[in-house]
Every structure is written in C-alpha cells, then in structure tokens.
Design a protein around this ligand. Sequence first.
Ligand SMILES: CSCCC(=O)C(=O)COP(=O)(O)O
Ligand SMILES: [Mg+2]
Length: 241
Amino acid sequence: MNGRLSGTVRAVVLDIEGTTSAIAFVKETLFPFAEGALGGFLRARGEDPAVAGLLAEVRALSPGEEPEAALRGWMARDEKVTPLKALQGLIWRQGFEAGRLRGHLWPDVAPCLRAWAAGGIALRVYSSGSVEAQRLLFAHSEAGDLTPLLSGFDDTRTGPKREAASYAAIAASAGMAPADMLFLSDVAEELDAAAAAGMAACQVVRAADGTVASGRHPACATFPEVAARFGLPAPDVPPSG
Ligand SMILES: CSCCC(=O)C(=O)COP(=O)(O)O
Ligand SMILES: [Mg+2]
C-alpha cells in the first residue's frame, strides 16, 4: 500500500466529485443543467471574449467539428476536457447565483473543514471542475459559504489529475513540501499520482457513491475517519447523518 500513515499534515487537498460531494449530484444535477443550457448559452454569449476563447480551444482540440457537437460528445462521455469544464462553470454560475443550484456536500465535510482550518491546516481544492465551478460550489454550498476556509484552487489547467507533476505544481504553489500535504480523492489513479509526487494520499470510499477501495492507499469512509487516521483536528460536535 502506498502513502504515509503518519507525519504532520499541514495542508489537505480536496477532490470534489466522490470526495466532498456525491457523484449523483454532479452527474444527475450539475451535468444535466449544463447540457440543457448549453445551446442557449452559446447563442447568447458565444461572442463574449472569454467564451469565444474557450470555443477556439474546443476547435483546436476537435478540428472540423462544430464546437457545440464536440462539447456534447465530451459531455456524453464525461470527458474532463479543460474548455468543456470551463464552459460548464460559466453556465453553472447562472444557476448558483439564481438559487437554482446549491452545492452538495456530505454532512461530515463542512464540520471537518471548519475544524481543520481553525487548527491551522491549509485547505485547497483540486478538481476536474474548473476553478470557477469549484468556487461556486463552495460559495453556494448546502453548509453555507465555505470559501473563506479555502486558500487555493486548482483544476486541469494546473495539469491532469493522474500525473505526479500536477501535485508537485500544487505543492509549489502552496509553498510547501509535498510531504506536508494530504490528498483526498475517490479515484485510485489520482492518489497514485499524488503519492508519486510525495504527498500523503487517502482514498475516500463513500458507501452511497459505491466507491470500491483499491487497496493501494489508506481508505476512509468519512472525513472524521480521515482526521483520526492522519492526526487532524476533529470537529467539536460529531456530525450527524
Ligand atoms: C463544481 S465542481 C464540478 C465537478 C466536475 O465537473 C467534475 O468533473 C468532477 O471531477 P472531480 O475531479 O472533482 O472528481
Ligand atoms: Mg473525484
């Protein structure tokens, strides 16, 4: 089994889908919202410089195909293509700000994030969802605005989640050694990459998501279990639910 079980953790890097938040929320709420709004969004905003720049990235990645068709194909296959993820974030902004979307968090997550931040642990996010989407989810979460607890956000513009260099870049941007950082994710290949970069790595195995422990990393079902296993502060009141 890879990964350290002891040592001082100074920062926790959080995956979102399958870790802080239900896979079903991403696949059954967020993705259909973006898919349903895509056509109207491109007609209304396609010439805005930011959107036009992302559409140019789509054309470069899928030459000869209509950008909307390329985007729909990537959505159907859940491909984590950077300009798609950025466009989804822009579309979700409308939903989060209008109150039509609220960021799902498992009930054990917010109490632990508050306890860890209060205990001086730096909290960062690394998700395939764009930085904009990450900020929106935590700003409009079911547990309120948690963005003041978070000190860094990275997406696939930092690098692919299954490559060690991405985790080295995250550590450099945090100004820490990888060995001071703990990465939490449901996906074993992401944890392999983080461990290869020298981070501690823990698989979050949420029963409701049907995640299966890989056996390659320590596995925890909840954030309080992570806290106990890695010597992080525990919340004062054990979360219910
Ligand atoms: C609001 S974040 C949306 C999550 C998302 O789009 C996604 O692809 C999830 O990937 P993750 O790396 O968090 O598993
Ligand atoms: Mg995930």
